[in-house]
Design a binder for this molecule. Structure first.
Ligand code: FAD
Ligand code: EPU
Length: 349
């Protein structure tokens, strides 16, 4: 058996959607749990800081990575239980953590399985999806999540986590919180529906379905098409403009704080959540004057997307520290104008 390649001083530019040119001291890929275990046993890897990388679509590198970057390429898509009992409408779909998330959505649609169509076109891998409980257009990963398999870095043991053990919240899980950097997700199992159950509660979805001429009961494929349509109209494609999606989370305010702000800003949108009101950070950032701003030399190297103020962009040539400085400036401006604290969604390294 040939040992797995452990490269040195590798540029991470192709491996992060901001397109930032930082270097990893060591870099390796793994395509199975066995390969991952072999890598973890290597002397250069043991005792060194490790970063598990999927598609690099939720990270901001602000410096070279002094440890080892392990890129997850574990593949496999399989329906592992097809309950034929007519009372039971679900099928379990197991995906290797290195599969593309959107590829999984397409696979489910091809199998006539419903439940993740609202999460179409989210970049990145299946294995990263539980880390922040990905969500969009009225759905979240946890709605269909059954369990995941993860390797404990310290012991090399595989462990199964059921939904209740993952601590899912809005863009949160135990793997971002108390268990951070302790487990490497190797597979995810979802429970999907064999009969269509489109969820079109999100306002913009209903409007877009109508605009696309889809009338009556939409199919999961229709919902996916509508989601893809909205996303392409608002969010920059990382292949063209470097970005990591929403840079900040939408803040949750107490009802009293929301009422106070709304009396000052009557058009401030808000969505009720348990214990308060969630407000769109994009609205606050736009009102603070940042939307479409460009910073840096010439026409600008980085800035705030002109169609979505929640998205920071690298127009080319930006550095991680420049993007972090812009994020900090935005946090300061929103705090000063609205008394609201913004927290990054992106993992800053
Ligand atoms: P990476 O960026 O590679 O990693 C993210 C974090 O997870 C890192 O801390 C990494 O160490 C850790 N990690 C990755 N894989 C594993 C693993 N197997 N085991 C343990 N830890 C791991 N997110 C949403 O929720 N909703 C959206 O609508 C959305 N839209 C986006 C749109 C655009 C244009 C972009 C660029 C991003 C968007 N995102 C969205 C953010 C991003 O796509 C998701 O967070 C995605 O799940 C990240 O996957 P990734 O494989 O690229 O993760
Ligand atoms: N808005 C503005 N100006 C802007 C952007 C947004 O005023 O520049 C206001 C508008 O009122 C708009 C509202 O914000 O109606 C909501 O905007 P949008 O539907 O674009 O959603 P979002 O709250 O900005 C969230 C997620 C996205 C997800 C979409 C769709 C977070 C942090 N972001 O964005 O997720 O795709 O909803 O569900 O929750 C991501 O996490 O990377 C991401 C892209």
């Amino acid at each position: 058996m040939t040992p797995l390649q452990l490269e040195e001083h590798v540029s991470l530019r192709p491996y992060n959607t901001f397109g930032l040119d930082v270097r990893a001291r060591y870099f390796a890929r793994f395509a199975s749990v066995e390969e991952l275990r072999q890598l973890l046993a290597r002397p250069e890897v043991q005792g060194t800081e490790k970063l598990i990388l999927g598609g690099g679509s939720n990270v901001l590198f602000t410096q070279d990575f002094a440890g080892v970057v392990l890129k997850n390429e574990i593949k496999g898509l399989e329906i592992i239980s097809q309950n034929t009992d007519l009372e039971v409408d679900t099928a379990l779909l197991r995906a290797g953590a290195g599969e593309s998330w959107h590829g999984l959505v397409e696979y489910a649609l091809d199998q006539n399985l419903s439940g993740i169509e609202n999460l179409s076109l989210i970049p990145g891998t299946v294995g990263a999806a539980p880390l922040q409980n990905i969500g969009a257009y009225g759905a979240e990963l946890r709605d269909t999540f059954e369990r995941l398999e993860a390797l404990e870095t310290a012991s090399g043991q595989l462990r199964v986590f059921g939904k209740d053990e993952c601590g899912f919240g809005y863009r949160e899980s135990v793997f971002k919180g108390p268990l951070k950097n302790q487990f490497i997700v190797t597979a995810v199992v979802l429970r999907l529906h064999r009969t269509a159950r489109p969820n079109v509660r999100y306002g913009a979805l209903t409007e877009t379905l109508a605009d696309l001429g889809i009338e009556g009961d939409p199919t999961p494929r229709d919902v996916s098409r509508a989601v893809v349509h909205i996303r392409r109209s608002k969010l920059p494609d990382p292949a063209e403009i470097g970005n990591a999606g929403s840079f900040f989370k939408n803040p949750e305010l107490s009802q009293a704080k929301f009422d106070q702000l709304q009396s000052q800003y009557p058009d401030l949108p808000g969505y009720p959540v348990p214990g308060g009101v969630k407000v769109p950070a994009g609205w606050l950032i736009e009102r603070a004057g940042f939307k479409g701003q460009r910073r840096g030399e010439g026409p600008g190297t980085h800035g705030v997307h002109d169609r979505q103020a929640l998205v920071l962009v690298n127009h080319g040539g930006a550095t991680g520290p420049e993007l972090r400085a812009l994020a900090e400036e935005i946090i300061g401006a929103v705090r000063q104008q609205f008394g609201v604290e913004l927290h990054p969604e992106v993992n800053i390294l």
